[in-house]
Design a binder for this molecule. Structure first.
Ligand code: ADP
Length: 396
């Protein structure tokens, strides 16, 4: 079955067409700067010439319609007709407490996703836009929503509740939700396959380290702790997000810097993290290069990043009561020997050791101790395609 996977942002549309029978990628691409006169469309069919255009793309409708035309194009196309697409799978960021698994999208589901906009105002409206545009331009193709939060629905109450008045949970559902669930679930499954043991026997910690970053403790296949909370701001130091800070700082910074709550929110989300610490960049390639050339600011920023990550790994080992596998994934996790090396330093007493040469080459298994330390490439699109197919087959 061919599944069209979509990740729709405020000004971007990321897509892949995946043949689930052999799990092969057919086309991938990205439309960026939607709304601008110089929007960019990149379309890469496997085994055929890529298409790259810079042109006016006023809205998501036009963006998707250009992509669908290319999919069926006599020269660049990979299908004859849109009816060859068995389903569309959407990455939906926040499912709140309503959505604990992937669902076939109908009007009731759209209403539910709309109710969750309050939890993810920067993501859910655009995700929903993607759904509506697909309904319009691919009528008859069933659509499935795959939620970033769903994998974490197994968090126990003691892990998801904040120490705040209960009434805030009762009235507003203020609690920890967790994100990157599709990726954490995917790489944990890969780790279990590699270990040759059922996931239901394993204790795994997965570190998804991209621009946004989170750690999850997985016990017997269930997420039992995760570092992101009510929003993706909690937890690790990230590219531009601060992660955990003393909450008393929020009114304090607002007062001494004379900022509105919106401005403090922007400071914490967009001007902090590695960007704020280096006062230069949030690109780890650049930060590591500078650190390797001896730049003390970049060395310090990486130490702060890895120290926070190490604290979470230690905490999650105690939550799990042991550890079989520590998994690194996403842009930084998959490609940064520096971050993996520094994070795992001095953990031999806990069974975590890494082979320097294997780490340098980003090999899959870099462990020397009793805990398997694995570098597992994530593939959220494939995970969404699998989920979409599973939901569609269950409907039949
Ligand atoms: P997202 O999907 O959250 O935008 P990615 O998973 O693509 O993020 O990861 C982006 C991060 O990965 C960036 O900080 C980038 O600098 C980092 N990255 C990419 N390649 C490398 C590399 N070779 N070494 C270190 N970091 C890298």
């Amino acid at each position: 079955m061919k599944i069209f996977v979509l990740n729709c942002g405020s000004s971007s549309l990321k897509f892949q067409l995946i043949e689930t029978d052999n799990e092969q990628l057919v086309v991938k691409g990205l439309v960026e700067r939607i709304g601008a006169s110089d929007a960019i469309l990149n379309y890469k069919p496997v085994g055929k010439e890529s298409v790259s255009q810079t042109r006016e793309i006023p809205n998501h409708e036009t963006a998707l319609s250009l992509v669908l035309d290319l999919l069926c194009d006599p020269i660049h196309g990979v299908i004859h007709d849109l009816s060859e697409i068995g389903g569309a799978g959407h990455r939906l960021v926040h499912g709140g407490e309503e959505f604990v698994e992937s669902v076939l999208i109908d009007s009731a589901v759209k209403d539910g996703v709309r109710r969750c906009i309050q939890f993810a105002p920067l993501h859910n409206p655009h995700n929903l836009k993607g759904v509506e545009v697909c309904e319009q331009l691919m009528p008859g193709v069933p659509q499935v929503g795959v939620f970033d939060t769903a994998f974490h629905h197994t968090l126990p109450t003691k892990a998801y509740m904040y120490g705040l008045p209960m009434s805030l949970y009762r009235k507003h559902r203020i609690r920890r939700y967790g994100f990157h669930g599709t990726s954490h679930a995917y790489v944990a499954k890969k780790a279990a396959e590699y270990l040759g043991r059922p996931i239901t026997e394993l204790k795994i910690i997965t570190c998804h380290l991209g621009n946004g970053a989170s750690v999850t403790a997985i016990d017997k296949g269930d997420s039992v702790e995760t570092s992101m909370g009510f929003t993706p701001l909690e937890g690790l130091v990230m590219g531009t997000r601060c992660g955990d800070v003393d909450p008393a700082l929020i009114p304090y910074i607002a007062k001494i810097e004379d900022l509105s709550t919106e401005q403090v929110d922007a400071l914490l989300n967009k001007k902090s993290g590695m960007l704020g610490l280096t006062e230069k960049t949030n690109d780890f390639r650049e930060i590591e290069e500078e650190a390797e050339n001896g730049d003390p600011v970049c060395i310090q920023a990486l130490e702060i990043f890895c120290h926070r990550l190490k604290k979470y790994i230690g905490a999650y080992m105690t939550v799990l009561g042991g550890l079989d596998a520590l998994v690194f994934t996403a842009g930084i996790g998959e490609r940064s020997p520096y971050v993996r090396g520094l994070t795992c330093r001095n953990l031999e007493a806990f069974g975590i050791g890494i082979d320097g040469a294997k780490n340098k080459k980003n090999e899959f298994d870099i462990s020397t101790g009793t805990v398997k330390v694995l570098v597992v490439p994530t593939n959220e699109e494939l995970a969404i395609a699998r989920e979409t197919q599973r939901v569609l087959l269950a409907q039949r």
